[in-house]
Ligand binder design. Structure first.
Ligand SMILES: [Zn+2]
Length: 205
């Protein structure tokens, strides 16, 4: 990459390049694009970032992003709070919501068990899930985790922890092939996998 003749632009490029999936060429293109914007547009941009960092909260109940202490899904009386769909991250909540096939609530783990990356159950929102199940007399837990080795490991771990407290534990039907990520699965396929979900026990036999 060529030397940039302005330290200030270099600084902005470094920030963009620190983001996931942004290479240095893209970072430079974004910086030069912003250079053409008006002062007001730049202020609005910077303000939006600051407000996001300062004000966005994580729902106390399910760990989804929210502008309030409890998110709009948990707060919606029309949703079935006895049915909890367990997902890895916030993008997965969005992907499930986009299918319009699920009227329960969620629990965002904030990751997946991955010994290779040093991520164990203690690094994830597992304790709050167990607590919810105890307190809310949950009828069904649905595992909507990516079908990877880590996803399977996480499901087996959670199943062991939950099986004595929850009557029904299900998992997405395998319309989704191994290794596919939930957030990149199309809405129809994902919607079908939630409607055709299977008992977890059946699958592990
Ligand atoms: Zn919530």
């Amino acid at each position: 990459m060529q030397e940039i003749s302005s330290k200030r632009i270099q600084n902005v490029v470094d920030h963009f390049a620190s983001l996931p999936s942004v290479g240095r060429k893209t970072a430079l293109r974004l910086a030069l694009h912003l250079l053409k914007k008006s002062g007001q547009q730049i202020d609005d941009f910077a303000e939006a970032l600051k407000a996001m960092a300062a004000e966005v909260k994580f729902c106390k109940n399910c760990h989804n992003i929210s502008d309030h202490a409890i998110c709009s899904i948990c707060n919606n009386a029309g949703r079935n709070a006895q049915q909890i769909c367990v997902v890895e991250n916030i993008q997965d909540v969005m992907a499930m919501e986009a299918t319009q096939q699920f009227s329960g609530v969620y629990h965002v783990l904030g990751g997946i068990i991955s010994p290779m990356d040093g991520i164990g159950p203690d690094e994830l929102n597992v304790a709050t899930l167990l607590q919810r199940v105890q307190e809310e007399s949950t009828q069904e837990i649905i595992f909507a985790l990516n079908s990877s080795l880590e996803g399977e490991t996480t499901q087996f771990f959670l199943h062991r922890k939950l099986k004595d407290s929850v009557h029904k534990i299900t998992t997405l039907a395998r319309g989704i092939s191994f290794g596919d990520q939930l957030e990149y699965t199309d809405e129809i396929t994902l919607g079908r996998s939630i409607l055709n979900r299977q008992l977890f026990e059946n699958q592990s036999n």
